[in-house]
Design a protein around this ligand. Structure first.
Ligand SMILES: Cc1cc2nc3c(=O)[nH]c(=O)nc-3n(C[C@H](O)[C@H](O)[C@H](O)COP(=O)(O)OP(=O)(O)OC[C@H]3O[C@@H](n4cnc5c(N)ncnc54)[C@H](O)[C@@H]3O)c2cc1C
Length: 403
């Protein structure tokens, strides 16, 4: 790649120091570009991110990327929980569960994936960026607005500073203001429900099984997680209900909450005890109409904000920034090279659209309780369990083997 001399302050400015933005900064720096990340949160919030309830199911590909990028070493080994089996069930009379394990895929043995708390991934990415030393990280100031010319992106920050780069990367999350400012619309699928996530301790061991239970009137996931205690008696409870119900449960007294979720889970893991903050998110999936404009590109949730049911938002975000940096490496040496941005957009759309559509279909079919949807999911699970090629394909998607 032949670099051209530039008058801009940076080759690349990344707006947003979330997981996608920080990963992207590491990839650009590794490829020799001069990078600046702008993050509205303070340095302290990035260095010690608060628990946000999200437990990220990492694919093998994502783990491999984190290892290669020198990020994995900053995640405490005790906090990595291998996922051995994914168990899908539907309501009371739903019949036998649909089971996925690595032995159902083409890759025999080993874990399906790895569950790691999102705040620990964010912390590890921050530590690696700081250790790298080549990346400028500006915290405590947001991108207020920007404009682009043929030659560069001119970015105004909330502290009044104006900085310039040859490419502006928007990694500012699914409700991206930069996407709107660039005039890029998005498909926004509002599921009309909220999800609550929290950690619970339980009597019986989780045996590294993730349960996704599409019950009538509620959707529950219990994801195995791990901490210093290594007791296998810790899980993440993911509860999807109408917004008013979620608000009531969030405000409930912790003892009453623990009793209610023990009952809601039919004591599958015995008595549950709330151990963490209860964090809620509105369920809205987002897919940008385009992923680029002149000297401007979208990555992470700003490009594709997935419904969490298939656990792929971060995994796809990591892939997207890899695709972007790889596409630019084939270009003229200008990080705003239009043909490279087009190539990235085309490839990333191809990598994400089928999964985005399938995830929305699953989320809609499996969370509605009208009779046609109930019947469809009961029949669907029975058929799916007998379809070996289907199970292999889903297992492959869940694992996304490294390489
Ligand atoms: C409950 C739940 C469970 C999930 N589970 C999984 C899972 O198992 N597997 C998986 O792969 N994914 C999962 N995800 C998805 C995953 O968490 C997201 O895809 C990922 O966090 C998106 O990262 P991001 O950096 O694109 O966006 P964000 O994490 O939203 O980061 C955006 C950053 O931009 C900053 N910012 C915003 N505006 C500006 C501005 N104007 N200027 C400067 N900075 C700005 C924000 O402060 C923030 O730090 C889950 C999500 C949820 C809600």
């Amino acid at each position: 790649m032949a670099m051209r001399p530039s008058q801009s302050d940076y080759d690349v400015i990344i707006a947003g120091g979330g997981p996608a933005g920080l990963a992207c900064a590491l990839s650009f720096a590794r490829a020799g570009w001069k990078v600046c990340v702008i993050e509205s949160q303070s340095e302290e919030q990035l260095a010690r991110p608060a628990f946000d309830g999200r437990e990220i199911a990492l694919t093998h590909h994502s783990r491999h990327w984190l290892e290669e990028a020198g990020v994995w070493q900053f995640i405490p080994p005790y906090a990595v929980c291998p996922l051995e089996v994914a168990r899908i069930e539907t309501g009371e009379a739903g019949g036998p569960p649909l089971l996925f394990s690595s032995s159902a895929g083409s890759e025999k043995g080993g874990a399906l994936g790895y569950l790691v708390a999102n705040h620990l991934i964010r912390q590890a990415l921050y530590q690696r960026v700081r250790e790298n030393g080549q990346i400028t990280l500006r915290t405590g100031a947001a991108v207020r607005h920007f404009r682009t010319t043929q030659a560069e992106a001119i970015v105004t920050l909330t502290d009044g500073d104006i900085i310039r780069s040859r490419l502006l990367v928007a990694a500012d999350g699914r409700f991206s203001k930069l996407r709107t400012e660039a005039g890029i619309g998005a498909i926004i699928h509002d599921f009309g429900t909220d999800v609550m996530v929290c950690r619970v301790q339980h009597e019986k061991p989780h045996e590294n099984v993730a349960l996704q239970w599409f019950d009538e009137n509620q959707t529950i996931a219990l994801l195995p997680v791990s901490d210093e205690s290594q007791t296998a008696r810790l899980s993440s409870l993911v509860l999807t209900l109408p917004s008013a119900e979620i608000a009531r449960l969030k405000a409930a007294d912790p003892v009453a909450f623990s009793a209610e979720v023990t009952e809601r889970t039919h004591e599958r893991l015995g008595t549950l005890e709330l151990l963490s903050a209860r964090v809620t998110y509105p369920l809205k999936a987002v897919f940008a109409h385009r992923f680029h404009a002149r000297r401007f590109v979208l990555i992470g949730d700003a490009a594709v904000g997935m419904h969490p049911i298939t656990a792929h938002g971060f995994n796809l975000g990591l892939k997207g920034q890899e695709t972007l940096v790889r596409a630019l490496a084939q270009g003229s040496g200008d990080p705003g090279d239009r043909r490279c941005l087009e190539a990235f957009s085309w490839q990333h759309r191809k990598d994400t659209l089928p999964l985005f559509a399938a995830t929305n279909m699953i989320a809609a079919t499996y969370t509605r309780d009208e009779m046609p949807f109930l019947l469809a999911r009961r029949i669907g699970l029975r058929i799916a369990d007998r379809l070996t090629p289907f199970k292999k394909a889903v297992t492959h998607m869940l694992m996304d083997p490294a390489g």
